[in-house]
Design a protein. Structure first.
Length: 202
């Protein structure tokens, strides 16, 4: 972790709060400061690459319930940076779009909208990217069942001809858990029950 970067950013942007992290420099940023700070990261701090953008639902009883996670990389510094910003509304979460600063954020924000229901203001084309437009659920919210929800297909002609519907996924290996310690590359979720895998008997 780049201690010099932490010191510089902390001094230059007093609204940032240092965030505990085991793999890279990380800060909490107030939502009202997020867009301007991202612009400064790109133009002044050499973080020209937005690597990833995602979100977390902390649970139905949490407030704030939703947070966005922006991951940046600086080629000159050769370091990663994580910026976390809480959404102000727990029922209809909203976050500022950074797609005008980082064009690669366009599809990332659409995916977060599709999976979490977070609306990105000023996004040029905010619509679902994985599910169909009228899909009534947000699959990565904590209140969405792990096994999924049975849902009618959007095209009635296809459903009538095939007799198919969108059925819940099998819970093979679930529930799924991830270690809380270690590098992020070693913390992929694993099913508690591995008895369904062919490799179990080896």
């Amino acid at each position: 972790m780049d201690e010099e970067c932490l010191i510089e950013l902390g001094k230059g942007y007093p609204f940032l709060d240092l965030r505990e992290s085991g793999d890279c420099a990380a800060f909490n940023c107030p939502q009202e400061e997020l867009f301007g700070f991202c612009e400064s990261l790109r133009d002044k701090e050499d973080f020209a690459l937005l690597v990833d953008l995602t979100a977390v639902d902390w649970g139905e009883d949490a407030s704030p319930r939703f947070s966005t996670f922006h991951h940046f990389y600086s080629l000159p510094r050769k370091i990663y940076l994580r910026i976390v910003s809480d959404c102000s509304n727990d029922v209809e979460p909203v976050a500022p779009s950074v797609s005008g600063l980082y064009p690669g954020a366009d599809w990332h924000e659409r995916e977060v909208y599709d999976m979490f229901g977070i609306h990105f203001t000023d996004h040029p084309n905010l619509k679902r990217i994985l599910m169909w437009d009228d899909y009534p659920h947000f699959p990565l919210r904590k209140d969405f069942p792990l096994a999924g929800v049975e849902t009618d297909l959007p095209d009635t002609d296809v459903a009538a001809a095939t007799g198919a519907s969108v059925i819940p996924a099998p819970m093979m290996g679930g529930p799924f858990v991830a270690p809380v310690e270690g590098h992020v590359s070693q913390r992929e979720p694993r099913g508690k029950d591995q008895s369904w895998t062919e490799e179990r008997g080896e």
